[in-house]
Unconditional design. Structure first.
Length: 453
């Protein structure tokens, strides 16, 4: 026989000879009654923690009949740290009492002097299991299903306990405040990348509805606003419709009619010398004026922004200044292009086309076949990535200062290409399709099969 188990077998033999139960005295009966009451109190206190901290003011007051008790609940929740400290202190006192009383009862009720293993099983394992089942798990499950009713029942007792244990709970809260402050100071600051990742984590396993897909797209657009610079979404200067300050009134009207834009920049001699912006609504009152009308009096001041300005900051400035257009300048003060409120909003909700926009202006790409596309060279890399549903990071290391698809090819090649020139990047093959006026006008994009899987 194993020497380690010898005390256990000797204990069993002694139990068989002398009997397992001792005499049931009045003290033991009272102790059992008190033990049951303490377990009930432990259950109520433990359930209170779950009930109170799963409540919101809306849950408390919805369909409420007992406003007084609901006021007490709100009063307790007004200082959640102190409420939690009170619950923990009270629960620990009760549990210590249960352990002490349980040890006394088992020693008086059972004859276990000759079996330390049985003593351990009954006093520790059995008592702990009862305490967990009846004093922790069961009440918390019930409180989670009926938190408002449970909180109402325990509001007054907890208010009394809060006053009784106020010195201890205040000490506990103050002692943890320094630790909590230190943890907060070292806490991880949430970035836009974290939000973008969180949106991806919420992706449902079931098939998304078109509305859900659009909502996810909008959330991702909002999350990326802080990382996008103005130069990535601006309209380059070669595509900007502008008028020269010396042009005649009727010439300006012709530009307005042909362009269809509501705001047009005005320059003097060179496009780098922007004088301001004309608003088409200002011209409505001058339609009956003669051809020599001094239209320059209608010019409004222009708002200039640098290329590297973040578009979320620009959106706030647009809102504060109540304007919709800004002129983008480079580090040397030259005009790079313009950016509008619509350009920023399109980063969130996608392409915005109204009934007055020329349809061909928005056809910056055409799908030729499943893996073949035809893109305009002026399409922004940011828009290309959104169209192909890929992350823009794949171009970060090779794009240099380029913002457009044509500019990216020029950065990669290092020279002006001829028609048919091919560039490969990741799972894409770019083929120059049309070159005109020292610009890459059209680009064929081939998508490899592994990109589609």
């Amino acid at each position: 026989m194993d020497d380690d188990l010898e005390p256990f077998w000797q204990g069993l033999l002694s139990i068989e000879r002398a009997g397992f139960f001792a005499s049931l005295t009045l003290e033991v009966v009272i102790g059992i009654g008190v033990l049951l009451v303490l377990i009930l109190f432990s259950a109520l206190i433990s359930g209170s923690e779950t009930a109170f901290f799963s409540l919101t003011p809306q849950k408390i007051n919805s369909g409420s009949q007992r406003k007084t008790l609901d006021t007490l609940i709100l009063k307790l929740l007004g200082s959640p740290r102190k409420l939690l400290a009170t619950i923990l202190i009270a629960n620990n006192f009760i549990n210590v009492g249960i352990v002490i009383l349980g040890t006394y009862i088992t020693r008086e009720l059972f004859m276990l002097e000759g079996s330390p293993i049985l003593t351990f099983l009954i006093q520790v394992i059995v008592l702990t299991a009862i305490l967990l089942l009846l004093g922790e798990i069961t009440p918390k499950v019930f409180a989670a299903h009926a938190p408002r009713q449970f909180a109402r029942f325990m509001a007054t007792p907890l208010l009394v306990l809060k006053k009784i244990f106020s010195p201890l709970s205040s000490l506990l809260v103050s002692s943890t405040a320094a630790i909590d402050k230190r943890i907060k100071n070292k806490g991880h600051e949430i970035t836009m990348e974290d939000i973008h990742s969180a949106i991806d984590l919420t992706r449902s396993t079931r098939e998304q509805t078109p509305q859900e897909a659009e909502e996810r797209k909008i959330l991702k657009g909002i999350a990326k606003l802080g990382n996008i610079e103005v130069k990535e979404i601006m309209k380059p200067r070669v595509d900007v419709v502008a008028v020269e300050e010396s042009e005649k009134y009727h010439q300006v009207l012709n530009v307005i009619n042909e362009s269809g834009y509501s705001r047009i920049p005005v320059y003097r001699e060179s496009f780098d010398n922007i004088q301001g912006v004309i608003y088409i609504k200002d011209f409505l009152g001058s339609l009956g004026e003669p051809h020599d009308f001094t239209w320059t009096s209608l010019i409004r001041p222009a708002f200039f922004v640098p290329e590297n300005k973040k578009i979320n900051d620009l959106l706030l400035e647009f809102k504060e200044k109540k304007i919709h257009l800004a002129v983008v300048v480079d580090e040397y003060g030259g005009v790079s292009g313009i950016v509008t409120m619509e350009d920023i909003l399109e980063e969130i909700v996608g392409e915005i086309v109204d009934e007055f926009d020329p349809e061909e202006e928005h056809l910056l790409y055409k799908r030729i076949s499943e893996n073949k596309y035809l893109f305009e060279g002026k399409v922004l890399l940011n828009d290309f990535c959104k169209t192909m549903q890929i992350e823009s990071q794949i171009f970060d290391e090779v794009r240099g200062e380029a913002d457009t698809l044509a500019g990216f090819l020029l950065e990669r090649l290092g020279h002006f290409p001829e028609k048919g020139t091919t560039v490969k990047q990741e799972n894409f093959t770019f083929i120059v399709d049309k070159v005109s006026d020292r610009r890459i006008s059209r680009i064929i994009v081939l998508v490899n099969e592994e990109q589609k899987t």
